[in-house]
Structures are given as structure tokens and as C-alpha cells.
Design a protein around this ligand. Structure first.
Ligand SMILES: NC(=O)C1=CN([C@@H]2O[C@H](COP(=O)(O)OP(=O)(O)OC[C@H]3O[C@@H](n4cnc5c(N)ncnc54)[C@H](O)[C@@H]3O)[C@@H](O)[C@H]2O)C=CC1
Ligand SMILES: O=C(O)C(=O)COP(=O)(O)O
Length: 542
């Protein structure tokens, strides 16, 4: 179980979060305004830290947080948290995406309307005692085209709201099928087609290497003269210097920004972009509504409590789950998964994992089959990866960082699930890996509460306990092979604890798995490999 005793809550998170955590018996310290140095000095005393976007959870803070198990983000973007550092430290980072979606979408729509009618500028002149009607000629939204980049949660909500104004909505999102966009009345275009069509452009992507400076000088030049640009997602998606140049030249008629490259921006009073008369700005207020804050605070509190109960890990952005936070009935499956991975890694070393050789692993597919495990396929997939990678990597691999390390290695991992029972067993976890020249499948099951069994290696079906020292050998199915192997082992004083046989009748081939009390030395294995009728022999330790 994930043991949480003390939680530090910062950044003015709604009190409901503290209440949920305190009701669950945690000791909670709420410090609305806290400096980086204060976090650094005190974080060692906490098991969980909850932030919004103001506190930057750097790798120094993560290194100092020797007790930390969870970093919670009461909100969507986790770019203020060094998730890689957290992942390497085995810390779960979880967010509450969705809780502030509507508020961020409404704020975006408000910014679009304000931009079209210059409401902030007109408001400011009246506050200065002026009655200026001629300088604030606006544009109607009705009939205009708005391009939405990023059709995720917020982008889509913005689309439906702006459609109500009579705007034509077009958009781009690399993972949303064009038909799905069409179903919500968004015409999907490739980026280069989209720029010249838009009267308004609003971005709703995360800030990643592919979205940094998505709008730059070259792109703005492709846009219509008089285009209006909105960013309520993340500073950096629009290149600030390029936007300023385009505002100054008049190519961009107006911009509305809620987010900035640096927050808070330096020297706001003299920042040319912020102070440009056609640029309207808010200080990252997209999620700042009573409703959104109550939702995200409640959600992050509940998610942390649930994680400690082991029922599920909701909202984890860097992990399917952590082993010690797992449900008891899932634990033996996670162990089985890691053993299948460890088996594969030991059997494939020297073949599939030789990077650059033709046997470089192409694809790995992990399938969770059966009602008891299909809903936990991502955890079990991580367990298999953990088993494989722990055998091959110098740094510890756990359920949190396994997927990330596999990605960094360039492994193609596919996760499959089905509730259909297997022919012979209620639930089966299997691992299939392919290289250019090989295709292997290993599978296993759990009997009762904790009896782990491997049930298949390639075409050979059997039941074997996955523990201790095992030797796998394949041979032509002829009499006398077992006796010959027994003799080699006896001569080396190696005791056989168990022996299991699987047969492929069609090819008259057999796979034998021998559990031994001692590891089999290399010279003994070599003699076994040279024995008549033996085609392959390998040892593994599980
Ligand atoms: N201003 C504020 O206070 C708030 C800002 N946000 C920010 O808004 C942004 C969107 O949030 P959600 O809609 O919840 O995220 P989401 O994850 O639901 O949607 C993001 C979409 O962007 C798409 N995308 C990724 N790369 C892309 C690219 N190169 N071009 C086009 N599309 C791309 C993804 O496929 C995804 O569909 C995030 O950056 C989030 O941090 C979220 C809440 C409040
Ligand atoms: O949830 C997000 O991604 C946001 O940008 C909201 O940030 P905040 O929680 O208001 O500091």
C-alpha cells in the first residue's frame, strides 16, 4: 500500500482538498504562499505535495523530497513539475484533467469576444473618465472562421461555444480522426491549409517540442492580414517576439493572452507585447473560477486518498500504477507479468536486444485476457516491461518509469485486453515479441490467490512454477533425451527439483523445463547443448 502520512498543500488550493485529506486521517499543512527555498527546506517531511501552476516542482525539490510518493497537480498542465525526475525517483505524478476544462473554455470564449470588441481597452478609457466611441470599432464573430489547434477537452468545448455565435469552426489535431472532428462540426485541415482560412486562431495544445513556437514569423506570414490570435493554453506555443512583430506591423489585428513564456513575466509594465494596445491579457486566469477550483481540489484530494487505499491510481501522468499501491488481487498478476518479462529478457539477450542487429526488437504486445485482469492491462503491461528492462538496464525500473524507459529505448509496445476467457484458463497474461526473424509468445496464469504458473512458451503448453533456477531445452521428441540430460546434471552434482514437458506433436518436438536446486554452470549447459537431439538449451533465474 502507498503510505501517506503528511501532505503539503500549496498555491492557494481550495480548502475542500484539505478537508478530504484530513478526513482520511492525513496530517495536512496548507501554505498558500511558499517560496522555492521554503519548499526545499521542508519537503523532506512530506509524503505528498499538492500544487497548482505557481510552484515549480524542480528536480532539486524532488531530490530533497526523500519521503515523497505523490505529487498532485490540482489542474491540467504538469509542465511546472519535472515529471522525468519524479518518474526516475519512482514518485507518482497525478493531475485532475477535466476539472477546469469548462472554465478554461469559457475564459477563452470571453477572450475571443473581448478581442473582437476591444472591451478591455474601451473599459480602460471610461475608467479614465473618457467617452470614446470612434476608436473602438469592432468586428462581428458571426460568419467568421475560427481555427482551433488542439481538439482535446478544451478545444472542443471552445468549438461548440463559438459555433453558437455563428462562427465556422475549423481545426487541426494529429490524433483526432477527421470524421470525429466533423461529427462536432469542425472541419479538419492540415496545418498549411488552415492558416490562410482563419479570421481567429486559438491554441489548445500542451506545450511540447512539437508545439513550441507553432505560431512563428513564417506561420503568421501565411495567415490572413487582420487575423486575431488567442492563447489560453501555454506560453511558448506562440512565439512572443514574432507575435509582437506581427502586431506592430498590423498583420495581426489583435491578440488575447492568458499565458506567457515566463510566469509571472518580468517587468510587466515595460513588456512591449503585454503593453501593445491591441493585445489583451489576463494573468493565467483560465482555471480561476470558484467551480473549477472546487472541482480540481476535491478531485486531487480524493485521488490521493484512493491511491492510499490501493483501489486505483487515478490521474497518474507518469505511471499506470505503483506496485505498493495495488489492489491485493492484482499483485500476483504484476509479479507474474514481471516474471514473464524477466523470462523473455533472459531468453532474448544476445539475440533480440542486440541493437543494430537484424533481431532488434520490433514489437512487444502484452495481452491481458479474462475478466479479472483485462481492466488492469496497462498496469500489467508496465509489469512486463519492468521485468524486461530491469534485467537490461543499469537504473532501477519500476511500474512508474517502465513505460517511459521503454519509450526512450524506442520499443514499440502494444497493450491489448479482452474479457473473453481463454480456452483453458479463466485469465491469462501473455507477452508476444517479434523481431525481424523471430516471433515468440510466453503466457502465464494465477491459480487461487497466489499460485503463479507459466502456461506457454511459443507452441508448447505446460504448467510450470516460475521460480528459482530453470533450464529450457528443446529437442527432437526421441527416447533417451531426458536420461542423457539427467546424467549431465548428476555428474555436476546438480539436483533436479522438478521437470515439466511440453510437446509439439506436429513437429515431433518437445520443450523441457527443468527446475534445479542450484544454478547450472556454463560448461554444464554447453555439454547439454551438444547432446544428441538437443536443438536449444538456455538457463534463466526467476
Ligand atoms: N489557462 C489555463 O488556466 C488553463 C490552461 N490549460 C491548458 O490548455 C491546454 C489544453 O488542455 P486540454 O484541452 O485539457 O488538453 P487535452 O490533452 O485534452 O488536449 C490537447 C490536444 O492537443 C493535441 N495536440 C498535441 N500536439 C498537437 C499539435 N502539434 N498540433 C495540434 N494539436 C496537438 C492533442 O492531440 C490533444 O488532443 C493545455 O496546455 C493545458 O495545460 C488547461 C486548463 C487551464
Ligand atoms: O490546469 C492548468 O493547466 C492550468 O493552466 C491552470 O493553472 P492554475 O491551476 O490556475 O495555476
Amino acid at each position: 500500500m502507498l503510505e501517506i502520512k503528511r501532505v503539503l498543500v500549496v498555491d492557494g488550493i481550495d480548502d475542500v482538498c484539505v478537508k478530504v485529506l484530513a478526513d482520511a486521517g492525513f496530517q495536512v499543512d496548507k501554505k498558500d504562499k511558499i517560496t522555492k527555498d521554503e519548499v526545499l527546506a521542508t519537503i523532506k517531511d512530506y509524503d505528498a505535495l499538492i500544487v497548482r501552476s505557481a510552484t515549480k516542482v524542480t528536480k532539486e525539490i524532488i531530490a530533497a523530497g526523500t519521503r515523497l510518493k505523490i505529487i498532485g497537480r490540482a489542474g491540467t498542465g504538469v509542465d511546472n513539475i519535472d515529471t522525468d525526475a519524479a518518474t526516475h525517483a519512482g514518485i507518482i505524478v497525478m493531475n485532475t484533467p477535466g476539472g477546469n476544462t469548462l472554465s478554461a473554455a469559457e475564459h477563452t470564449c470571453a477572450m475571443i469576444s473581448a478581442l473582437a470588441r476591444q472591451i478591455p481597452q474601451a473599459h480602460a478609457t471610461m475608467k479614465q473618465g473618457k467617452w470614446d466611441r470612434k476608436n473602438f470599432m469592432g468586428v462581428e464573430l458571426h460568419g467568421k472562421t475560427i481555427a482551433i489547434l488542439g481538439l482535446g477537452r478544451i478545444g472542443r468545448e471552445v468549438a461548440t461555444r463559438m459555433q453558437a455565435y455563428g462562427m465556422k469552426t475549423i481545426g487541426y489535431d494529429p490524433i483526432l480522426p477527421k470524421e470525429a472532428a466533423k461529427a462536432i462540426n469542425i472541419d479538419a485541415y492540415d496545418l498549411d491549409e488552415l492558416w490562410p482560412l482563419a479570421d481567429f486562431i486559438t491554441v489548445h495544445t500542451p506545450l511540447t517540442e512539437s508545439t513550441r513556437h507553432l505560431l512563428n514569423d513564417a506561420v503568421l506570414a501565411k495567415c490572413k492580414k487582420g487575423v486575431r490570435i488567442v492563447n489560453c493554453a501555454r506560453g511558448g506555443i506562440i512565439e512572443e517576439a514574432a507575435l509582437l512583430r506581427a502586431l506592430e506591423s498590423g498583420h495581426v489585428a489583435g491578440a488575447a493572452l492568458d499565458v506567457f513564456d515566463e510566469e509571472p513575466p518580468k517587468d510587466i509594465a515595460n513588456n512591449k507585447l503585454i503593453q501593445h494596445p491591441n493585445c489583451i491579457v489576463t494573468p493565467h486566469l483560465g482555471a480561476s473560477t470558484e467551480e473549477a477550483q472546487a472541482k480540481v481540489a476535491l478531485e486531487i484530494g480524493q485521488q490521493i486518498v484512493e491511491a492510499t487505499h490501493g483501489s486505483q491510481i487515478m490521474g497518474a501522468v507518469n505511471a499506470p500504477a505503483m506496485m505498493h499501491a495495488l489492489r491485493d488481487d492484482l499483485k500476483p498478476w504484476v509479479i507474474l507479468g514481471s516474471k514473464l518479462g524477466l523470462l523473455a529478457a533472459q531468453l532474448m539477450v544476445g539475440s533480440a536486444f542486440e541493437k543494430g542487429s537484424s533481431k532488434w526488437l520490433h514489437r512487444l504486445t502484452v495481452t491481458a485476457q479474462g475478466k479479472a485482469i483485462q481492466s488492469s492491462s496497462s498496469t500489467l503491461c508496465a509489469a512486463v516491461l519492468m521485468g524486461i528492462l530491469n534485467h537490461l538496464q543499469a537504473t532501477p525500473v519500476n511500474l512508474v518509469n517502465a513505460s517511459m524507459i521503454a519509450d526512450a529505448l524506442g520499443l514499440h509496445v502494444r497493450e491489448e485486453r479482452t474479457s473473453e476467457p481463454h480456452d483453458e484458463y479463466q485469465n491469462v497474461l501473455s507477452l508476444r515479441y517479434t523481431t525481424e526473424t523471430e516471433d515468440h509468445e510466453y503466457a502465464g496464469t494465477v491459480f487461487g490467490t497466489n499460485n503463479l504458473r507459466f502456461t506457454r512458451i511459443d507452441q508448447f503448453a505446460f504448467e510450470v512454477r516460475p521460480a528459482g533456477h530453470l533450464m529450457f531445452y528443446r529437442n527432437e521428441d526421441k527416447p533417451g533425451v531426458i536420461a542423457a540430460i539427467g546424467t549431465h546434471l548428476a555428474q555436476a552434482s546438480i539436483n533436479i527439483a522438478d521437470l515439466t514437458l511440453g510437446r509439439d506433436d506436429s513437429k515431433r518436438e518437445a520443450l523441457c523445463i527443468v527446475n534445479t536446486d542450484q544454478p547450472i554452470p556454463a560448461d554444464v549447459l554447453q555439454r547439454i547443448q551438444q547432446t544428441s537431439f538437443i536443438t536449444y538449451a538456455r538457463t534463466v533465474t526467476l
